[in-house]
Structures are given as C-alpha cells and as structure tokens.
Design a protein around this ligand. Sequence first.
Ligand SMILES: *Cc1c(COP(=O)(O)O)cnc(C)c1O
Length: 434
Amino acid sequence: MTPLEYDRRHIWHPYASLKDPPPVLHAKSASGVEIELADGSRLVDAVSSWWCVAHGHSHPAIVEAIRRQSEKLCHVMFGGFTHDPAVELAERLAAIAPRGLDRVFFADSGSISVEVAAKMAVQYQNALGRPERNRLVALKGGYHGDTSLCMALSDPDGMHTLFKGIMTKHFFAEKPGIPTWGEWDAADAESLRRVVEEHRGEIAAVICEPIFQAANAMNFYHPGYLREMRRICDENDIILIFDEIAAGFHRTGPLWAHERAGISPDIMTVGKALTGGHMTLAATLASAKVAETISSGRPSAFMHGPTYMANPLACAAACASLDLFAGGDYAANAARIERQFREGLESLRGRPNVRDVRVLGAAGVVEVERLPAQADVSRVIREHGVWLRPFSNFIYSMPPLVSDEATVARIVGAVADLASCPPGPPPEDGDFHE
Ligand SMILES: *Cc1c(COP(=O)(O)O)cnc(C)c1O
C-alpha cells in the first residue's frame, strides 16, 4: 500500500468521510510561502495552513528557537513547575495585549483557550455570588472551535446541529450586518441588546470574533458594533470575551482586530499565528479584575490544566514568532496585500456565480452561489501552483503576511480563475464542507 492508499483507508482528515474521501495532497516539506509535494511540485500556501503561517513555513529563526529549546527542555508538567520560555512569553504577550490583560493561561489549542475563557467567565460570576449566571451570548455567523463548549458558542444553524443533544444552550444575537467600511448605525446591535436584557440574570459573558467572523461567515463587521457590545456588557456587569484566534496578529491590518474599535475586552484568546504555524499553542489573557475575582472565590483555584500546558518548545517558537512580528512592519504588509486583493478581486463582481467580494487586510473573500466542482478546484490548484481550500460558499485567501507582490498576484489569478468556473453540484444533503 502506498502512503496515500493507507491514508485514504485509515486516517480521518478534518471534516472528511472515510468512505470515498476527497483527495489529499502529499506534503513533503515547506519553506517560505510554498509547500513542496512528494512529486516535487510546489504550491503557494494561500491559506497559510489555516491562517497560522504568518511568517512563512519553516522560518529559520523559529526553527532555530525550537532546536535550541529542544536541547534544554522539551517538556515539563506545568503543575508545580515553571520555565523561562513560559515566563518570557507571558511577559511579552502582556506587553502587546490590550490594556490590562496581563494574566495568562496557556492552552494547547485555540478551542481549549476558548473553553478556558468561558470557564473563567463562569468562575468570575460564581465568585461574585451569582452561580446562576452560567450561560454565554454569542453571535450568529460566529465560530469558536470544535470542542463541545466551543461548538455550542458557534453559529447554531451551522455545522454542529448534529450534536445539539450534548451541547449546552447559549444565547445568540443576530449576525452583525454593517461592514467594517460601512456607515455605523446602533440598530445593528439591537438584537444583542435585546438578548442581553432579556436574559441578563443568566449571562456570564458575551463572546465574539472581533471585526472578522472567519470560519463560519467570512463576515467583516463594523467597529461600532464592538463599542456597543462593550457598553452593553458594562451596563449589565457581564464579561466581554474577544476571540482573536483568527483575526489577531495583523490578519485584518492592526495587531488585534478589535483595535479599530478603541475598546478592550476583559478576556482575550489568541492562537493560530501565535507560533507562526510552527507548534500548536494558544493562550487566554485576562484582566487583573477577572483574575483577582476568580481567585477570591470558592474554589480560589482556576479549574483547568491541560497535560501539555505551556509546552516549552511551543513557547520558544511563540517568542521567536513575536520577535518577527516586532521586527517587521506587518500592518504595512497587510495593507499592501489588501490593496492587491481589492484591485484583483473587485472586478469579479457581476460574474454569474459571484455573490459578493469582501476584502480586509490580508483576507480576500469571494462569496459564490455554489462552489465549483472538485475537479475544477484541483485543476486551478495544479495549473496556478496555488493551494486554495474553498468551503461553504467561499473562495478565499488568507496568505502568509510575508507574501510578496508576485505571490499575491499569483493567488489573485488562481482565485479569479476559480471564481469564474461554473457552479458545481449542490452539496449532498447533510454533507459538510470543510
Ligand atoms: C480556529 C479557531 C478556533 C479554534 O482553534 P483550534 O486551534 O482549531 O482549536 C477558535 N476560534 C477561532 C476564531 C478560530 O478561528
């Protein structure tokens, strides 16, 4: 059996069947913006391997940091121990985090950091003598991860209906409708205000992906919404959680997407580009007020602790990644990629299969009536040498933030070609896409 044959029969891929699974490519190595396949061909990674490879693959500085750390300490349990990479990373995250978010919980994936954020909010309310405040409010069109608590906070009409039976019911406000570049009208947050006022006695926190609802809706919304959200949370003594896992680290331009709104959350999650796509790591940052309130409750301990918490190799990779962010002008890179995406993708409006074109920072989205057939997707990937992973109704690119002009031009060519293909067959009933 070839490796690909074994893979096809025995190994699940994300959101894939083991019966007649969709094709997978055989990656051998990757450097810079390119992935090299077993047959020697190369593909530009136009989705940054799910939005984490910010500085390019196998970046020498990050690889060297992991190598050096591996000679000293690959892992030690975080219960009862600490180590330099964790302390350095916590200090550095606190220094760049929004004001006051300097208490750090390290998690081993984005989903876990969201679970931790939600548990913090519940323990916070419990410490204040309000144990009945144990639900969250989330936004339709949102995505917060695949574990059961995260699923329960993601769009209720989305991909998780199958698991309704094992999910706690939270509250949802309508998807924000005014785009980032639109004219703000407070009516857009009316649904959020209504949900919070109706259920305030049961609500621990409000959670959202600030500015950019990525994995579910590819929706860019107005900073005014976040200001209104902050106001509603303050008026009702509710914790505000920003999930910056997708949008953080300059994906939409500024370091944190919520900077556009000029307000801060009480808790923030980061992941994905934290290590520049070299190790799995995430973190939940909390304000002193949240941390001190939890710590003065019963129990005073915060009740979470993953096995690989604060893995030293991952923390070292993250420190090296933060060095790169600090040493380069990533906001300028994102602005340049945004310009190129605008110029290249706006002209696709009006094509038969194209519903909308949206661009913000280093994220370019073409919303289509129906995705092209898999054969067309495979052809475009091969012919342009550009890896794209369309899903739901979206053909999109979120390339490494270091992509140069020629690379972005190639990506634009591939996206345009794909968006010009005829719509493929409708998805099978109940079949999922990603
Ligand atoms: C990807 C993502 C997560 C989940 O992160 P994992 O590392 O896949 O568990 C959570 N929230 C947002 C906004 C994400 O984009």
